[in-house]
Design a protein around this ligand. Structure first.
Ligand code: ATP
Ligand code: MG
Length: 649
């Protein structure tokens, strides 16, 4: 493996392999620049052209109506996203192509061709309608990662019911909050799902949730055959509802701005927001980005490991790939069950060509040891992707070399629940990549790094990540709280969409996301990114994961506290703490020297696997945590951290 320190020191750039460039839709930076300029000079024409590749029941009259912060895209157009994801592919060779390849945790498998997916979605659409679910109603989906999760989403979208998918790992309490906030009329769930060899009691959680936030209907898929309670009149079995239903359903024409779904953000920075996406723009955005960023081809086997409970699962497990007529793989269970090569075995079994996952998974699989991927044939892979957090160069290099065999480009994709689709990312056949950078905005996306007044900042100066122009898949509101929408996203920096992240742009115009705006540390007036210090810590060979926060300091304003998970089997001590402090000094400079190192078996993460630095800040300052912890994965991690001793400078 390439020596990470020299990669960083020499700021190595990895050109796209000639093979990727040769077959890609966008095969050079000249072509990228041409597209980018075209989109800038004629924004509406650019998006209209992409939209015209999809099916519209009635054509749109106008591409965009923009009364900041309110956007309407493809105005007057009528379409149906489920039609575009399924029916559109039924007339040609894709009819019998696998749409969904599915692997259950216990080892069961299913393949659904486009024709079969059509029949399942039609039946469930008819079933929902038979329950009295109508256009505009909200439906909560609380499912394991089984094909029926996608089928339920597509059926809701098809009939015009707005879905709200709630991650199956959330508690009854969190589910109740989301049912209430969205005013859901029904919940679609399963008796259970398999996770790390255990049954997750989904129906039981639903029963508790709807006791507090009542719904008219609960539809239950039989998955685990576990015992469940039953409320007659309210509960119905999926198989009974669909058993007699017709396998045909005509997709109605829905307005382009029809509410498609509500999805709550991960809760990394505070109370989750119910992000609302609408039909036409979201469809165009996910279609376009899947096609470009993954350079999706008809022979690809594509696997995004995200759960459908997150936006990545919405846009890049379900809607984007299916809109492109791709084969999308779904896996139900834990990535390391029964052994840490589970994902690599699936890649081998299905000859996966595109693999898209999160830095947290990459770090965990790295930590498990190289022997696991080495046991499997990963030669089918041609492209790797990452999303969710900034990726440390160390993890990036491991991903590239050990998983990608040094031959697969990595697309580090920056985007958010709010943006609906990828915004900043390399194009695999064109963009030279640098470990840790999401490189450049996609053609059509006017991202920038600015100061508080909205002026672009200079090269390598930190600033706020914003988007200057509307884009089709942008959120339309925070459900039920338009004021919060305006305040959070369109008031901080006048005139622009404010992402809440800080970033810098280097001399090549590459974006480096530094973390959340609130996470930037200010030491004696110098702005340091938590990401940079974390990457330095993780580049030490005894460290697997690190989170860095600032704690109040009388002299310097803030002092750095590093929370570090050491490699398995290591007994951390004062000496290691000093070694790490010195390592950061060598990597970045004396300014970045942590004042304190705390060792931890695990760091507090959201259920989507992101480090919650806001909670660590309280621990570092010795305060009780006051923040929202409803999306925290494991509450005991915080208590253990607070009890650990720290090693001070
Ligand atoms: P909340 O908004 O509730 O705090 P969240 O921001 O974690 O939760 P998501 O919408 O799932 O919810 O995550 C989007 C955020 O994830 C981005 O704002 C950014 O901070 C981070 N992120 C996503 N992809 C990348 C990436 N490739 N590089 C750096 N950061 C990323
Ligand atoms: Mg966010």
């Amino acid at each position: 493996m390439a020596d990470i320190e020299s990669v960083l020191r020499e700021q190595r750039v990895f050109d796209p392999p000639a093979e990727a460039a040769g077959r890609a839709r966008v095969g050079s930076m000249e072509e990228y620049e041409r597209l980018r300029r075209r989109a800038q000079e004629d924004r509406d024409g650019f998006w209209a052209e992409i939209a015209s590749e999809l099916h519209w029941h009635e054509p749109f009259e106008r591409v965009l109506e923009w009364n900041a912060p309110d956007a309407k895209w493809f105005v007057g157009g009528k379409t149906n996203i489920a039609y575009n994801c399924i029916d559109r592919h039924l007339s040609g060779a894709r009819r019998d192509k696998p749409a969904i390849e599915w692997v259950g945790e216990p080892g069961d498998r299913r393949t659904l061709t486009y024709a079969e997916l059509y029949a399942e979605v039609a039946k469930f659409s008819n079933a929902l309608e038979s329950l009295g679910i109508e256009r505009g109603d909200r439906v909560a989906i609380y499912m394991p990662m089984v094909p029926e999760a996608a089928i339920a989403m597509l059926a809701c979208a098809r009939i015009g019911a707005t879905h709200s998918v709630v991650f199956g790992g959330f508690s009854a309490e969190a589910l109740a909050d989301r049912i209430r906030d969205a005013g859901a009329k029904a919940v679609i769930t399963a008796d259970g799902g398999f996770r790390a060899g255990k049954v997750v009691p989904l129906k039981q959680n639903v029963d508790q949730a709807v006791a507090k936030a009542p719904v008219d209907h609960v539809v239950v898929l039989r998955r685990c055959e576990n015992d469940i309670a039953w409320t007659a009149g309210r509960d119905s079995w999926w198989h009974e509802l669909t058993g007699g239903a017709s396998a045909d359903h005509e997709a109605p024409a829905l307005d382009s701005e029809h509410p498609l779904y509500i999805l709550y953000t991960s809760g990394t920075t505070g109370k989750p927001k119910g992000i609302l996406h609408t039909t036409g723009g979201y469809m165009v955005g996910t279609y376009y980005t899947t096609k470009l960023v993954f350079d999706m081809q008809d022979d690809d086997v594509y696997w995004c490991t995200a759960d459908v409970g997150w936006v990545t699962g919405h846009s890049y497990v379900v809607y984007g790939p299916l809109a492109n007529g791709a084969t999308t793989l779904m896996y139900e269970g834990a990535p390391t069950y029964p052994e840490p090569d589970r994902l690599w075995k699936i890649v081998e079994d299905y000859k996966v060509s595109i693999f898209y996952t999160a830095p947290t998974a990459i770090r965990a699989l790295h930590r498990a040891g190289d022997e696991w991927p080495k046991r499997r044939d990963l030669s089918s892979l041609r492209l790797l992707g990452t999303v969710g957090e900034p990726i440390n160069p160390e993890a990036w290099m491991w991903y590239r070399e050990t998983i990608g065999g040094g031959r697969c480009p990595i697309v580090d994709t920056w985007w958010q629940t709010e943006t609906g689709a990828i915004m900043i990312s390399p194009l695999p056949g064109a963009t030279p990549t640098k470990p840790g950078s999401c490189t450049k905005p996609l053609p059509g996306i006017q991202a920038d790094v600015v100061d508080r007044q909205g002026n672009s900042v200079g090269t390598d100066e930190g600033g706020y990540l914003v988007v200057r122009e509307p884009w089709p898949s942008m959120l339309r509101t925070v459900y039920g709280d338009h004021e919060r929408f305006e305040k959070t996203y369109f008031s901080e920096i006048p005139g622009f969409y404010f992402a809440g992240d800080s970033a810098r742009r280097d001399a090549d115009g590459y974006f480096w996301v530094m973390g959340r705006v609130d996470d930037v540390i200010n030491i004696s007036g110098h702005r340091l990114s938590t990401m940079e210090v974390e990457s330095a810590l993780v580049s030490h060979d005894k460290v697997v994961e690190a989170a860095v926060v600032g704690r109040p300091d009388e002299i310097k304003g803030q002092a750095i506290v590093g929370f570090v998970t050491p490699k398995k089997g290591l007994e951390p001590d004062e000496e290691l703490a000093r070694e790490l402090m010195q390592h950061v000094v060598v990597q970045i400079g004396a300014l970045a020297r942590p004042a304190e190192i705390r060792f931890a078996e695990a760091l507090p993460k959201t259920r989507s696997g992101k480090i919650m630095r806001r909670l660590l800040k309280d621990v570092a300052a010795g305060a009780d945590s006051k923040g929202d912890t409803t999306t925290l994965e494991d509450g005991s991690v915080l208590d253990r951290l607070a009890a650990e001793r720290g090693y001070e400078e």
